[in-house]
Design a binder for this molecule. Structure first.
Ligand code: IPM
Ligand code: MG
Length: 353
Protein backbone atom coordinates (compact mmCIF):
# COMPACT_ATOMS: atom_id res chain seq x y z
CA UNK A 1 0.00 0.00 0.00
CA UNK A 2 1.29 3.46 -0.87
CA UNK A 3 2.23 5.93 1.88
CA UNK A 4 -1.07 7.76 1.55
CA UNK A 5 -3.99 5.33 1.28
CA UNK A 6 -6.54 6.29 -1.33
CA UNK A 7 -10.00 6.58 0.17
CA UNK A 8 -13.09 7.11 -1.93
CA UNK A 9 -15.40 9.26 0.17
CA UNK A 10 -19.13 9.06 -0.44
CA UNK A 11 -20.89 11.62 1.77
CA UNK A 12 -24.33 10.73 0.35
CA UNK A 13 -27.44 12.57 1.53
CA UNK A 14 -28.94 14.31 4.57
CA UNK A 15 -26.42 14.49 7.40
CA UNK A 16 -23.96 12.42 5.33
CA UNK A 17 -21.79 15.38 4.21
CA UNK A 18 -21.58 16.74 7.79
CA UNK A 19 -20.56 13.50 9.50
CA UNK A 20 -18.19 12.52 6.74
CA UNK A 21 -16.66 16.03 6.65
CA UNK A 22 -15.90 15.83 10.38
CA UNK A 23 -14.42 12.36 9.90
CA UNK A 24 -12.16 13.53 7.09
CA UNK A 25 -10.84 16.30 9.37
CA UNK A 26 -10.21 13.70 12.07
CA UNK A 27 -8.36 11.43 9.66
CA UNK A 28 -6.29 14.35 8.37
CA UNK A 29 -5.15 14.96 11.93
CA UNK A 30 -4.04 11.35 12.16
CA UNK A 31 -2.03 10.83 9.02
CA UNK A 32 -1.79 11.20 5.28
CA UNK A 33 -4.78 10.14 3.25
CA UNK A 34 -5.76 10.86 -0.32
CA UNK A 35 -9.48 11.54 -0.46
CA UNK A 36 -11.50 11.13 -3.65
CA UNK A 37 -14.98 12.53 -3.01
CA UNK A 38 -17.86 11.22 -5.15
CA UNK A 39 -21.66 11.31 -5.31
CA UNK A 40 -23.88 8.44 -4.19
CA UNK A 41 -27.58 7.98 -3.50
CA UNK A 42 -29.99 10.89 -3.86
CA UNK A 43 -27.16 13.31 -4.63
CA UNK A 44 -26.16 11.11 -7.55
CA UNK A 45 -29.78 10.74 -8.72
CA UNK A 46 -30.06 14.53 -8.84
CA UNK A 47 -26.84 14.88 -10.81
CA UNK A 48 -26.90 11.80 -13.05
CA UNK A 49 -30.35 10.19 -12.76
CA UNK A 50 -28.94 7.08 -11.11
CA UNK A 51 -27.92 6.35 -7.50
CA UNK A 52 -24.57 4.85 -8.48
CA UNK A 53 -22.69 5.58 -11.69
CA UNK A 54 -20.26 3.11 -13.27
CA UNK A 55 -17.44 5.64 -12.71
CA UNK A 56 -18.07 5.77 -8.98
CA UNK A 57 -18.26 1.98 -8.71
CA UNK A 58 -14.97 1.71 -10.63
CA UNK A 59 -13.32 4.32 -8.39
CA UNK A 60 -14.47 2.39 -5.31
CA UNK A 61 -13.14 -0.89 -6.65
CA UNK A 62 -9.77 0.72 -7.32
CA UNK A 63 -9.51 2.44 -3.91
CA UNK A 64 -7.79 1.21 -0.76
CA UNK A 65 -11.04 1.75 1.17
CA UNK A 66 -14.40 3.46 0.87
CA UNK A 67 -15.89 5.73 3.54
CA UNK A 68 -19.63 6.32 3.30
CA UNK A 69 -21.99 8.69 5.13
CA UNK A 70 -25.63 7.80 4.54
CA UNK A 71 -28.10 7.77 1.67
CA UNK A 72 -31.77 8.56 1.25
CA UNK A 73 -34.35 11.18 2.13
CA UNK A 74 -37.98 12.15 1.56
CA UNK A 75 -37.09 13.93 -1.67
CA UNK A 76 -36.43 10.56 -3.34
CA UNK A 77 -39.02 8.43 -1.49
CA UNK A 78 -41.23 6.67 -3.97
CA UNK A 79 -43.14 3.45 -4.42
CA UNK A 80 -42.83 3.66 -8.20
CA UNK A 81 -40.91 0.50 -9.12
CA UNK A 82 -39.29 2.25 -12.08
CA UNK A 83 -38.03 5.37 -10.30
CA UNK A 84 -34.41 5.43 -9.07
CA UNK A 85 -34.00 5.16 -5.29
CA UNK A 86 -30.95 6.25 -3.24
CA UNK A 87 -30.66 2.83 -1.54
CA UNK A 88 -29.97 1.26 -4.92
CA UNK A 89 -26.61 3.04 -4.78
CA UNK A 90 -25.67 1.32 -1.55
CA UNK A 91 -26.91 -2.08 -2.68
CA UNK A 92 -25.12 -1.66 -6.02
CA UNK A 93 -21.88 -0.91 -4.20
CA UNK A 94 -22.24 -3.93 -1.92
CA UNK A 95 -22.88 -6.24 -4.84
CA UNK A 96 -20.44 -4.55 -7.23
CA UNK A 97 -17.60 -4.59 -4.69
CA UNK A 98 -18.43 -8.13 -3.52
CA UNK A 99 -18.89 -6.98 0.09
CA UNK A 100 -20.47 -10.11 1.48
CA UNK A 101 -19.52 -9.68 5.15
CA UNK A 102 -20.98 -6.91 7.25
CA UNK A 103 -19.57 -6.51 10.76
CA UNK A 104 -21.51 -4.47 13.28
CA UNK A 105 -19.96 -4.38 16.76
CA UNK A 106 -22.30 -3.42 19.60
CA UNK A 107 -20.87 -2.32 22.90
CA UNK A 108 -22.72 0.16 25.08
CA UNK A 109 -20.63 3.14 26.06
CA UNK A 110 -20.69 3.66 29.84
CA UNK A 111 -21.62 7.31 29.29
CA UNK A 112 -24.74 6.30 27.35
CA UNK A 113 -26.01 3.42 29.47
CA UNK A 114 -28.84 5.62 30.75
CA UNK A 115 -29.94 6.37 27.19
CA UNK A 116 -30.81 2.76 26.43
CA UNK A 117 -34.49 1.86 26.77
CA UNK A 118 -33.30 -1.20 28.68
CA UNK A 119 -32.36 -1.16 32.34
CA UNK A 120 -28.67 -0.84 33.12
CA UNK A 121 -28.40 -4.25 34.81
CA UNK A 122 -29.84 -5.86 31.69
CA UNK A 123 -27.33 -4.38 29.23
CA UNK A 124 -24.30 -4.44 31.56
CA UNK A 125 -21.52 -6.47 30.00
CA UNK A 126 -23.01 -6.46 26.49
CA UNK A 127 -20.28 -6.80 23.89
CA UNK A 128 -21.46 -8.48 20.74
CA UNK A 129 -20.76 -8.53 17.05
CA UNK A 130 -23.42 -8.94 14.38
CA UNK A 131 -22.00 -10.68 11.32
CA UNK A 132 -24.54 -10.11 8.58
CA UNK A 133 -24.43 -11.72 5.13
CA UNK A 134 -24.65 -8.75 2.78
CA UNK A 135 -24.84 -9.75 -0.87
CA UNK A 136 -27.42 -12.54 -0.95
CA UNK A 137 -30.89 -13.49 0.19
CA UNK A 138 -34.06 -11.55 -0.40
CA UNK A 139 -32.18 -8.28 -1.00
CA UNK A 140 -30.77 -9.59 -4.25
CA UNK A 141 -33.24 -12.26 -5.38
CA UNK A 142 -35.58 -11.90 -8.29
CA UNK A 143 -38.34 -9.43 -7.56
CA UNK A 144 -41.22 -7.94 -9.44
CA UNK A 145 -44.76 -6.73 -9.51
CA UNK A 146 -47.65 -7.66 -11.74
CA UNK A 147 -50.76 -5.68 -11.05
CA UNK A 148 -51.70 -6.29 -7.45
CA UNK A 149 -49.17 -9.06 -6.89
CA UNK A 150 -45.52 -8.53 -5.93
CA UNK A 151 -42.74 -10.94 -5.06
CA UNK A 152 -39.19 -10.91 -3.65
CA UNK A 153 -37.36 -14.22 -3.85
CA UNK A 154 -34.88 -15.39 -1.25
CA UNK A 155 -32.05 -17.57 -2.45
CA UNK A 156 -28.83 -18.73 -0.80
CA UNK A 157 -26.15 -21.11 -2.02
CA UNK A 158 -24.04 -23.31 0.24
CA UNK A 159 -20.92 -21.41 -0.91
CA UNK A 160 -22.38 -18.07 0.16
CA UNK A 161 -23.31 -19.46 3.57
CA UNK A 162 -19.97 -21.15 4.04
CA UNK A 163 -17.85 -18.04 3.50
CA UNK A 164 -19.90 -15.86 5.86
CA UNK A 165 -19.89 -18.64 8.45
CA UNK A 166 -16.09 -18.65 8.28
CA UNK A 167 -16.06 -14.87 8.79
CA UNK A 168 -18.15 -15.33 11.94
CA UNK A 169 -16.11 -18.19 13.39
CA UNK A 170 -12.85 -16.37 12.71
CA UNK A 171 -14.18 -13.18 14.29
CA UNK A 172 -15.23 -15.20 17.34
CA UNK A 173 -11.71 -16.62 17.63
CA UNK A 174 -10.12 -13.16 17.35
CA UNK A 175 -12.48 -11.65 19.91
CA UNK A 176 -11.72 -14.44 22.37
CA UNK A 177 -7.97 -13.92 21.96
CA UNK A 178 -8.40 -10.22 22.68
CA UNK A 179 -10.54 -10.56 25.78
CA UNK A 180 -10.12 -14.05 27.09
CA UNK A 181 -13.66 -15.38 27.01
CA UNK A 182 -15.00 -18.59 25.55
CA UNK A 183 -15.97 -17.78 21.96
CA UNK A 184 -19.50 -18.49 20.78
CA UNK A 185 -21.32 -18.10 17.49
CA UNK A 186 -25.10 -17.83 17.55
CA UNK A 187 -26.43 -18.59 14.10
CA UNK A 188 -29.86 -17.06 13.53
CA UNK A 189 -32.33 -18.44 10.99
CA UNK A 190 -35.96 -19.39 10.48
CA UNK A 191 -35.34 -23.08 9.85
CA UNK A 192 -38.79 -24.08 11.08
CA UNK A 193 -40.33 -22.36 8.06
CA UNK A 194 -37.80 -21.44 5.35
CA UNK A 195 -35.86 -23.78 3.07
CA UNK A 196 -33.00 -21.25 2.74
CA UNK A 197 -32.76 -21.31 6.54
CA UNK A 198 -32.60 -25.10 6.65
CA UNK A 199 -29.70 -24.99 4.18
CA UNK A 200 -28.16 -22.19 6.28
CA UNK A 201 -28.34 -24.27 9.45
CA UNK A 202 -26.94 -27.35 7.74
CA UNK A 203 -23.98 -25.52 6.17
CA UNK A 204 -23.09 -23.56 9.33
CA UNK A 205 -23.14 -26.86 11.22
CA UNK A 206 -20.78 -28.35 8.63
CA UNK A 207 -18.27 -25.47 8.94
CA UNK A 208 -18.31 -25.43 12.75
CA UNK A 209 -16.00 -28.44 13.35
CA UNK A 210 -13.19 -26.51 11.60
CA UNK A 211 -13.30 -24.19 14.64
CA UNK A 212 -13.36 -26.62 17.57
CA UNK A 213 -12.68 -23.88 20.12
CA UNK A 214 -15.83 -21.97 19.18
CA UNK A 215 -19.21 -23.04 20.55
CA UNK A 216 -22.11 -22.92 18.11
CA UNK A 217 -25.79 -22.46 18.89
CA UNK A 218 -28.73 -22.01 16.54
CA UNK A 219 -31.62 -19.67 17.30
CA UNK A 220 -34.79 -18.98 15.37
CA UNK A 221 -34.97 -15.32 14.44
CA UNK A 222 -38.11 -14.51 16.43
CA UNK A 223 -36.57 -16.08 19.50
CA UNK A 224 -33.27 -14.26 18.82
CA UNK A 225 -35.10 -10.92 18.68
CA UNK A 226 -36.55 -11.66 22.08
CA UNK A 227 -33.30 -12.97 23.63
CA UNK A 228 -31.43 -9.90 22.38
CA UNK A 229 -33.39 -7.66 24.68
CA UNK A 230 -33.77 -10.13 27.56
CA UNK A 231 -30.15 -11.37 27.86
CA UNK A 232 -27.97 -9.30 25.49
CA UNK A 233 -24.78 -9.85 27.47
CA UNK A 234 -24.91 -13.59 26.73
CA UNK A 235 -24.28 -13.05 23.02
CA UNK A 236 -20.84 -13.05 21.47
CA UNK A 237 -21.00 -13.31 17.66
CA UNK A 238 -24.40 -13.34 15.95
CA UNK A 239 -24.22 -14.84 12.47
CA UNK A 240 -27.18 -14.27 10.23
CA UNK A 241 -28.50 -13.71 6.72
CA UNK A 242 -29.09 -10.39 5.03
CA UNK A 243 -32.64 -9.41 6.04
CA UNK A 244 -32.50 -10.84 9.57
CA UNK A 245 -29.16 -9.06 10.05
CA UNK A 246 -30.64 -5.76 8.94
CA UNK A 247 -33.39 -6.03 11.53
CA UNK A 248 -31.37 -7.50 14.39
CA UNK A 249 -28.58 -4.96 14.01
CA UNK A 250 -30.99 -2.04 14.48
CA UNK A 251 -32.45 -3.83 17.48
CA UNK A 252 -28.94 -4.38 18.89
CA UNK A 253 -28.17 -0.72 18.33
CA UNK A 254 -30.76 0.27 20.89
CA UNK A 255 -28.83 -1.71 23.50
CA UNK A 256 -26.25 1.04 23.23
CA UNK A 257 -28.95 3.68 23.66
CA UNK A 258 -28.21 5.30 20.35
CA UNK A 259 -28.15 4.26 16.75
CA UNK A 260 -25.79 7.22 16.43
CA UNK A 261 -22.96 5.25 18.02
CA UNK A 262 -22.84 2.19 15.79
CA UNK A 263 -20.14 1.71 13.17
CA UNK A 264 -19.93 -0.95 10.50
CA UNK A 265 -17.47 -2.55 8.14
CA UNK A 266 -18.47 -4.31 4.93
CA UNK A 267 -15.76 -6.59 3.65
CA UNK A 268 -15.20 -8.73 0.59
CA UNK A 269 -12.43 -11.00 -0.55
CA UNK A 270 -8.99 -10.68 1.04
CA UNK A 271 -7.04 -7.76 -0.37
CA UNK A 272 -10.11 -6.11 -1.91
CA UNK A 273 -11.25 -2.70 -0.59
CA UNK A 274 -13.86 -2.61 2.16
CA UNK A 275 -16.62 -0.11 2.79
CA UNK A 276 -17.03 1.61 6.14
CA UNK A 277 -20.18 3.41 7.19
CA UNK A 278 -22.28 4.25 10.23
CA UNK A 279 -25.30 1.99 10.75
CA UNK A 280 -27.67 4.94 11.07
CA UNK A 281 -29.45 6.66 8.19
CA UNK A 282 -29.32 10.12 6.64
CA UNK A 283 -31.56 11.84 9.28
CA UNK A 284 -32.90 14.46 6.84
CA UNK A 285 -34.83 16.21 9.63
CA UNK A 286 -31.63 17.44 11.26
CA UNK A 287 -29.49 17.79 8.12
CA UNK A 288 -27.63 21.06 7.70
CA UNK A 289 -28.24 22.19 11.27
CA UNK A 290 -24.78 21.31 12.53
CA UNK A 291 -26.14 19.01 15.25
CA UNK A 292 -25.53 15.59 13.67
CA UNK A 293 -23.47 13.19 15.76
CA UNK A 294 -20.41 12.05 13.80
CA UNK A 295 -19.29 9.43 16.33
CA UNK A 296 -20.58 6.39 14.46
CA UNK A 297 -18.68 7.62 11.40
CA UNK A 298 -15.54 8.21 13.51
CA UNK A 299 -15.90 4.67 14.77
CA UNK A 300 -16.39 3.41 11.22
CA UNK A 301 -13.18 5.22 10.24
CA UNK A 302 -11.51 3.40 13.12
CA UNK A 303 -12.74 0.11 11.69
CA UNK A 304 -11.40 1.27 8.33
CA UNK A 305 -7.95 1.84 9.82
CA UNK A 306 -8.01 -1.63 11.30
CA UNK A 307 -9.80 -3.76 8.72
CA UNK A 308 -9.38 -1.76 5.55
CA UNK A 309 -5.98 -0.12 5.78
CA UNK A 310 -4.13 -2.46 8.08
CA UNK A 311 -3.37 0.22 10.66
CA UNK A 312 -4.50 -1.61 13.82
CA UNK A 313 -1.77 0.05 15.88
CA UNK A 314 -4.03 3.04 16.48
CA UNK A 315 -6.39 0.86 18.50
CA UNK A 316 -7.63 1.58 21.98
CA UNK A 317 -10.56 0.60 24.13
CA UNK A 318 -13.92 2.24 23.75
CA UNK A 319 -15.34 4.91 26.00
CA UNK A 320 -13.68 5.16 29.36
CA UNK A 321 -11.22 2.32 29.26
CA UNK A 322 -9.75 3.86 26.11
CA UNK A 323 -6.45 5.43 25.32
CA UNK A 324 -3.56 3.71 23.72
CA UNK A 325 -1.74 0.68 24.80
CA UNK A 326 1.92 1.27 25.29
CA UNK A 327 2.95 -1.71 23.20
CA UNK A 328 0.76 -0.65 20.33
CA UNK A 329 2.42 2.75 20.33
CA UNK A 330 5.82 1.25 20.30
CA UNK A 331 4.87 -1.15 17.56
CA UNK A 332 3.64 1.71 15.44
CA UNK A 333 7.18 2.57 14.32
CA UNK A 334 7.11 5.09 11.52
CA UNK A 335 3.43 5.75 12.14
CA UNK A 336 3.90 7.40 15.51
CA UNK A 337 1.82 10.33 14.43
CA UNK A 338 -1.12 8.01 13.95
CA UNK A 339 -0.49 6.19 17.17
CA UNK A 340 -0.31 9.38 19.23
CA UNK A 341 -3.34 11.04 17.71
CA UNK A 342 -5.64 12.14 20.50
CA UNK A 343 -8.74 11.80 18.33
CA UNK A 344 -8.53 8.06 18.48
CA UNK A 345 -9.22 7.98 22.18
CA UNK A 346 -12.77 7.41 20.99
CA UNK A 347 -11.65 4.41 18.99
CA UNK A 348 -14.20 1.69 19.75
CA UNK A 349 -12.66 -1.18 18.04
CA UNK A 350 -10.33 -3.70 19.46
CA UNK A 351 -8.46 -6.36 17.64
CA UNK A 352 -11.58 -8.36 17.93
CA UNK A 353 -14.12 -7.19 15.47
C1 IPM B 1 -28.51 -0.92 6.51
C2 IPM B 1 -29.60 -0.13 5.83
C3 IPM B 1 -29.70 -0.58 4.39
C4 IPM B 1 -30.07 -2.05 4.39
C5 IPM B 1 -30.68 0.22 3.52
C6 IPM B 1 -30.34 1.70 3.54
C7 IPM B 1 -30.76 -0.29 2.10
O1 IPM B 1 -30.79 -0.28 6.51
O2 IPM B 1 -27.35 -0.81 6.06
O3 IPM B 1 -28.79 -1.62 7.47
O4 IPM B 1 -31.25 -2.41 4.45
O5 IPM B 1 -29.16 -2.87 4.34
MG1 MG C 1 -30.64 -1.37 8.31
Amino acid sequence: MSEAPRIVVLPGDGIGPEIVGATMRLLEALGEFEFDERLLGGASIDAYGTALTDEVLEACRAADAVLLGAVGGPKWDTTDPDAPRPEQGLLGLRKGMGLYANLRPVRPSPALIGASPLREERIAGTDLLVVRELTGGIYFGDSGREGDVAHDDCEYSAAEIERIARTAFEAAERRAEASNHKPRVTSVDKANVLETSRLWREVVGRVAPEYPGVALEHLLVDNAAMQLVSRPADFDVILTENLFGDILSDESAMLTGSLGMLPSASLGADGEPGLFEPVHGSAPDIAGKGVANPLATFLSAAMMLRHGLDRPEVGGRPGGGGGHRRDDRRGAGGDRRLARAPGLRVYPDRGST
